[in-house]
Design a protein. Sequence first.
Length: 584
Amino acid sequence: MKKILILFSLLLFSACADTEEIIKSNNNDNVVDNQTNINNDTENNSSENSNAETGNGNNNNDNSITEISNGNNDNSSTEISNENNDNNSTEISDENNDNSSTEISNENNDNKPIDSSIFLYQLQKGNNKILDYSKDKMLITSVYFNDKNNTENTNAYFTINGNITPAIQQTNFYNYYQKINKEISEKEKFKQYLAGIEKEISESNIKPINPYYKNQYSLKTVPENITVGTKWNNVYIATMDGGSRPYNVVNATCIAVSKYAYFFLQDGLSNLTEEQIKDITSSFDKDYDIVHRYFDKENDIDNNGKIIFLIGQLPKGVMGFFFNLDKYPNTRLHYSQQYSNEADILYVNHSYFQKDIWKTERTNVIATFIHEFQHMTFFDTRSRLGLNSNNARWLNEGLSMLSEYYGGYGKAHNNYIKGYFFRNQGLPLVTENQGLDYGLELLFTKYLRARCGDNFIKTIYTSSSIGKKAVEEACKVDFDLLFEDFVKMVTVTGRNITTDKRYNIDDFNYPKGSVGYTKNGFNIGEIINEVYSLNSKDQKFITQKGYSTSLFNYSFILTKWQANQNNINFETDNPNMKGIYTAW
């Protein structure tokens, strides 16, 4: 009998212990650190609104957790492994995936984390109860719109409103209802004008001069045996204010010859200083090799083995440009209202060499030479391979901004990034018509480099696809997912929220004064802090209650909430309009 009583007592104790563990588990359902498990029996694993990310390895897991795996782990930990991955750990494999296994539905799963290791949550349509966050931090929401089936690049509307809880630090509150300034500058109008002509030519049956059959053309434009002092007459410079014709005809004189380039100055303009000539010649000879290493090479249609730079009078605000019309023979361009210089020529604005402007814009001016050279090599490489040379201007500009980074001109990029966050949030990344922000294109291509490695450039150069498809080939990631990760990165990088290399980019986090910062030119967190400072003169994107606005496809708006929030209401009629939130 005693043995029976002892056995019964042991069984009763075990049952009570199990019950206690179940109670503890149930009481912790809403704790962020314990929200790593998603029920495999749910029917929501294939939802289009999912936000779990693809693993970087060929893990045969069943998506039972939301953590990101970088190797063949056993899912026993919620930590992100970055060991032995180097740069390869930033790529996401889509092989044998069909995207179905990468998605976890948020339907009926309020406050499920996008990633179990990150305080980053998806906003659902309607009311969202915000999880508790440290009250010494500010709530941040990012609303973004991405739809790769939206060929018209139309915009979509959303409203976002908050329910305020008492804030620990009360300061002046600001509402943001101001529309984003989408006015296109004169510079952008000129660039679009050139792009329109280039597109018209590329869609015709006219072919550019083939570098392997140059002798079949009667190219009479460029002088032979160029030295310092050589005259070049009747040079065409495209313009939008040339009166009855959309170009000016000028004469020019060679002022310098370097290893890889001739430098001509339009007659009648003030001379460059010896220091300026030394700066631009030595810098470009260095940058020429850089472009050949990371990008590709030019076609040398004028058969002189060098690039020609014409420093002349260009439209206001235009530092320089490449006009691919110059790569076509004049004999085949009679209908276009423009004339070709039949040369490997790039244009730089003389006004930026004026003493006062040069002093502040020197780095930008020198960077212009490599920037425009990238445009030339991009066109020449694709023409040489028989590919569409009119490949997505937004991507082309991003690559030219990236070439400036490779050339060591990152110092000039801080103002580009700051200008985007301060003035142009809501402008589209993928665009041909709605205006183009160089800071945004720079930020995205630098993200592609960090995510996909330097070789993504050569893949885009030689891809039979253009634009978004070319990026997908280069990075092996669905473009919509890549854009979502990009927005998440902007929202959390440098905030000590995650170490995941998709969302936390070292190049973007270097503090001022460091070697990394000097090379990269900016720190995203510091720029956003400055733009969103409660003491800033222009109180954009800071709100107490919320606002309503619209977004173009592939754009986003980052909002800082001035008061602590316990609820956010997010409304939109477009399923491709999404929102996320975090706190820092």
